[in-house]
Design a protein around this ligand. Sequence first.
Ligand code: CAP
Ligand code: MG
Length: 420
Amino acid sequence: MEERIDWYLDFIDLNYKPSKTDLIAYFYVEPAENISMEEAAGRVASESSVGTWTTLTKLPDRIKDLMARVYEINGNIIKIAYPLDLWEPGSIPQLLSGVAGNIFGMKAVKNLRLLDVILPEEYVKHFRGPEYGIDGVRSLFKIYDRPITATVPKPKVGYDSDEFAEVAYEIYSGGIDFIKDDENLTSLSFNKFEDRARKVLKVRDRVENETGERKGYLANITSTIKEMEKRAKLVADLGGEYVMIDIITVGWAALQHMREICHDLKLAIHAHRAMHASFTRNKKHGIRMYVVAKLARLIGVDNIHTGAIYGKLEGPAKDVLEINQFLYSDWYHIKKTFPVASGGLHPGLLPKVLETNGSVDLFIQVGGGVLGHPMGAKAGAKAVRDAIAAYLDGVSLDEAAKKSKELEAALKKWHYIIPV
Ligand code: CAP
Ligand code: MG
């Protein structure tokens, strides 16, 4: 008899019932030509757990206990159960090297998409989750019962730190709660992080005194790990409460590291997801944004961008709402994370965003829709607040605009258009 060269089908056990401590992954699988669904599924389970492309000459019996098992195949969707011992406690890089590693490049699959990971309590317990979470952030900034607003001064980069602080003053004064750096505004020759952070936080203090409202600054500390540590410390020293991190470009290990630093400094984290669409956008291949948001909440970001639904960037309502529902859900000891609706928003779109989301536990981020206001940034900020207030009062924007010249001007410029 010819010797078996592979054992992929051994990774399939459709009678298996996952245990409470198994880590489960759901995948969408399209097998390559001439490969059956079972074979493709077996290869995904094998390569992401203990297997390789062939049988091994020596395989101690106990190693079989570490095999992943495909326990369900339903059309193109498969479910795999992984024994907990396969995973290093508290390490997202190691988890992803397994469930999101080599498998994406296997010739046996034409397309493969990681749809979800269901993490047992035994796994979740090694992570902090958000420092403040939705309730903590609300009490820190004393903003209850309405969405929290933020503005990225546009252009994305170009202002020097004085110009940036001046614009921040106008935006805060118009009623926006947070100033947010853009994802590529870090420490540039013409706008150094330290100068900007000092000036914006000074402006924040001034506006807090003038308006009696609490204001915040999402300071983008994205950089190398050493620099991020320095910048986080500076923000804390200057009396800031938040840092912003581009979580995909810095990487999971860096985010986990900074989460620890931010815990020591008592800083909240705003997660920007720039670059996510390179692997989340293709509906057949890659990783669903839902998984990214889940892991980010697990590590402990207080805010994460999840999509504006009616904005300029791709992200269907169904997907955004599913992510937001997860961020609002109870999850062992892990606090809730604020979803951030951003990208192409302006006052005319805000009621729709809020109504569709069905919850005011949202950061609403408006950049161009404030800085492009015909009467200037301060008026743009006021138009955003007036649009939100109208929605909360159950008044239409056209009606509210009769009493707000800022809102009237915003609607005259942008109407209710969804940018493309
Ligand atoms: C929005 C934004 C954000 C995007 C990111 C931008 O500005 O600052 O980076 O929202 O996308 O640069 O485009 P505008 P997402 O309000 O001027 O569009 O939130 O989907 O991750
Ligand atoms: Mg941006």
